[in-house]
Design a protein around this ligand. Structure first.
Ligand SMILES: Nc1ncnc2c1ncn2[C@@H]1O[C@H](COP(=O)(O)OP(=O)(O)OP(=O)(O)O)[C@@H](O)[C@H]1O
Ligand SMILES: [Mg+2]
Length: 223
């Protein structure tokens, strides 16, 4: 389902060159729930961004759903991202000038779905995430944990086969950690492939996992 082969990702920031991923390979099967763990700066978010087609690897190859996408031009990559991937960002990336439900429904815009239908679908997910009372709030009026859950709803609205989540349990309280974990578990039951980064393994999620992959300095540690 997801296959990363000998991937290296270099970033150049001014004069400083960072090797965020250093010749890493990873395979995740359909329906697997895998956690990327490791210290800050070890390459977890970079790996998610690569798999999510948000950034390109410098060297190596990437397959999604049995299709090699590493050499796709940008507009094809954008289409792959839109159709196959739900991304829950570490920084949420909600648009502050829009309401919660509008933010959640944005991925449906390119599909030409009516506003009425977009609102119905957004409300259904917001209810699942206990956010329906915030549907008409502007995104900047939400608390950190509420923004996190809105970002989760937005990632799921397209019903993607692959769900990528960057630290989905940070910024939320114990009750909502349970809720988000249960939701991820439910998505796994529905056959979704889930790749999540986490500094530390939170117990509610641990029971759902198939395996943990440890990163250190851009490399995957072999158990
Ligand atoms: N856009 C960028 N430009 C330059 N360097 C970057 C960029 N993004 C990440 N890096 C660098 O790549 C390395 C890996 O970063 P990454 O965000 O993947 O780490 P992480 O494991 O997700 O860390 P954290 O747990 O703090 O989120 C870091 O040294 C970081 O400074
Ligand atoms: Mg990160």
């Amino acid at each position: 389902m997801i296959r990363v082969e000998k991937a290296t990702k270099n970033y150049q920031s001014g004069k400083v060159k960072v090797r965020a991923l250093d010749n890493v390979s990873l395979e995740v099967k359909k329906g697997e729930f895998v956690v990327l763990s490791g210290p800050s700066g070890s390459g977890k978010s970079t790996m998610l961004n690569v798999v999510g087609c948000l950034t390109r690897i410098t060297e190596g190859r990437l397959w999604l759903a049995d299709q090699e996408v590493s050499h796709f031009p940008d507009h094809f990559l954008a289409a792959v991202r839109r159709e196959k991937i739900g991304f829950i960002f570490q920084q949420f990336n909600l648009l502050s000038g829009y309401s919660t439900w509008e933010n959640v429904s944005f991925p449906l815009l390119p599909l030409g779905i009516s506003e009425k239908e977009r609102r119905i679908r957004a409300m259904k997910l917001l209810e699942e995430l206990n956010l329906e009372t915030r549907a008409d709030f502007m995104a900047n009026e939400l608390s950190g944990g509420e923004q996190q859950r809105a970002a989760i709803a937005r990632a799921l609205i397209n019903d993607p086969g692959i769900i990528l989540a960057d630290e989905p349990l940070s910024n939320i309280d114990m009750g909502h950690i349970r809720m988000v974990s249960d939701l991820l578990g439910e998505l796994k039951k529905r056959g979704k492939t889930i790749l999540v980064s986490s500094h530390e393994l939170q117990t509610p999620m641990a029971s759902l996992l198939d395996r943990t992959v440890y990163f250190d300095s851009g490399k995957i540690l072999v158990p």
